[in-house]
Design a protein around this ligand. Structure first.
Ligand SMILES: Cc1cc2nc3c(=O)[nH]c(=O)nc-3n(C[C@H](O)[C@H](O)[C@H](O)COP(=O)(O)OP(=O)(O)OC[C@H]3O[C@@H](n4cnc5c(N)ncnc54)[C@H](O)[C@@H]3O)c2cc1C
Length: 444
């Protein structure tokens, strides 16, 4: 018997809780799925009662508030199997569990900065990994997706079967159904030269330029991001950084430590270093590189992909999101390129492969009213517009306008193809409590 929670039931609020606390979702019923059969039952129930359906795994990526409908939670679907270099994971698995399981086989997944993120949500959004410049997107390594579509059928999408669905899910996410299991290739990685360098507020402008210049010559084995962070006055923050606006350069290098140290040397020399954790580490410790806060909170984030990072752009980033900005903002700059720009034989949709960097801005909603955060982020991305090449849905966090976002993320041709696939598998738009692509059988 499937477990269901209705508003007022003991357990309803706990089942709804997730990492993101600032997006209000009030379903009529929550189905706590333990298997693909439970997901089938929940989707059929929604069909019989003409209700929309949403999905929740860890809540890291919750963006669309809603009232009513059926919410399927997947956290109890936790199976992992590794067979040769292929992992098969159920819908509720987080990266931490795959990292541990893969390490026993001398392998690693294309996981990201925070191991608590869910595998399915991350991968369906593209999946920018710590190993991304060498091995590409997590979505590019997917070999099969099992998904329950609006008709209540469990389908298997692969490069050879349900090809349109296989394309649309990897980027179109829960517009097309509820994924019950994912299969993907692992890569032969056990160790990294990785960690972060921290710099103080007086060095921000120098460090931004030094990192930008340094990225120009990096091999594919080097994946790196720069974070500019207003550090809270909390005991968990090391004393020299506490309460300061710091720059943090994150390094994940796939090679030996001596060569890694040689590549990182110009960064270590760029400005006075307040903290340096870069060392050879097992991949199982890869979450320590970014060391992101593990506790649930409310946050709002937007992003743009860009073709370059010139001085005018760096100045705009400092002005609109630096220490003197009106709203405390974390900025993340990710170096793209390498395998992230390669187009695989079976690509998904919605990832900007031509971009050279992402610029992400994130603010904690307790720090300022949402309207001020939106306005501050808006000014930053307006200033970057001349060099902006697109946007990534997976780095939109917190409340946002669903239809507007879809139009910014997908090209016109991709949006028309998505609308056709949607019309084929979800003509009544049952999966609409998301950044929705509306069904349009005759699009394009
Ligand atoms: C602290 C933090 C660090 C992050 N680091 C990275 C990173 O390094 N690289 C990166 O690429 N991304 C990163 N992300 C973004 C993250 O990948 C997305 O937010 C992702 O959507 C989270 O998925 P989830 O399942 O954990 O979250 P949830 O909020 O539970 O799900 C988010 C969305 O994923 C989709 N989804 C989840 N489960 C299913 C399913 N079974 N079927 C269909 N759709 C489903 C749905 O669209 C859902 O709305 C990070 C996010 C945070 C908050």
């Amino acid at each position: 018997m499937t477990t269901m929670f209705h508003p007022g039931d003991a357990g309803f609020e706990d089942e709804l809780a997730g990492f993101q606390t600032a997006v209000r979702r009030r379903p009529d019923v929550i189905v706590a799925a333990t298997s693909a059969a439970d997901v089938v039952e929940a989707v059929r129930y929604a069909g019989e009662h003409d209700l929309p359906v949403a999905v929740h795994s860890t809540g890291h990526g919750a963006t669309v508030p809603f009232e009513g409908g059926v919410l399927i939670t997947t956290q109890r679907m936790a199976g992992i199997r590794i067979d040769a270099e292929i992992a098969r994971v159920d819908a509720g698995v987080r990266w931490a569990a795959v990292i541990e399981a893969a390490a026993e086989h001398g392998l690693a997944p294309l996981s990201g900065s925070f191991p608590g993120v869910g595998v399915v949500g991350y991968t369906l959004g593209g999946g920018f990994s710590l190993l991304g410049r060498k091995y590409g997107l997590a979505a590019d390594q997917v070999t099969a997706i099992e998904v329950v579509t609006a008709d209540g059928e469990l389908r298997r999408a692969t490069p050879d079967t349900e090809q349109d669905l296989f394309w649309a899910l990897r980027g179109g996410r829960d517009n097309f159904g509820i994924v019950t299991a994912l299969e993907f290739r692992l890569v032969p990685v056990t160790r990294l030269y990785g960690g972060s360098l921290q710099f103080g507020p007086e060095s921000l402008a120098t460090v931004l330029r030094a990192w930008r210049d340094w990225t120009a010559e990096m091999p594919r084995e080097m994946t790196s991001s720069l974070a500019m962070v207003p550090m809270p006055e909390l005991p968990m923050v090391p004393e020299p950084l506490r309460g300061k606006h710091v720059a943090q350069i994150r390094i994940a290098y796939l090679g030996d430590a001596a060569e890694g140290a040689r590549l990182v040397a110009p960064l270590r020399a760029a400005a006075p270093v307040l903290g340096d954790t870069i060392a050879e580490i097992p991949f199982t410790k890869s979450g320590t590189i970014a060391n992101e806060p593990p506790f649930p909170h409310g946050y709002r984030a937007d992003n743009a992909t860009v073709s370059e990072l010139n001085d005018a752009m760096l100045d705009a980033i400092l002005e609109h999101a630096g220490p003197d900005a009106p709203v405390p903002t974390v900025v993340l700059l990710d170096l793209l390129g390498g395998a992230l720009s390669d187009v695989p034989e079976h690509p998904g949709v919605g990832w900007d492969r031509k971009a050279r960097f992402t610029v992400r801005a994130l603010s904690v909603v307790d720090d300022a009213p949402l309207s001020e955060i939106r306005s501050a982020h808006g000014k930053l991305f307006d200033a970057l517009k001349p060099w902006s090449t697109g946007k990534l849905l997976t780095f939109v966090y917190g409340e946002s306008d669903p239809a507007e976002e879809a139009a910014k993320v997908y090209s016109g041709a991709d949006l028309r193809r998505l609308a056709k696939v949607k019309a084929a598998v979800d003509p009544a738009n049952r999966f609409r409590l998301t950044h929705n692509v509306e069904p349009a059988p005759d699009a394009g």
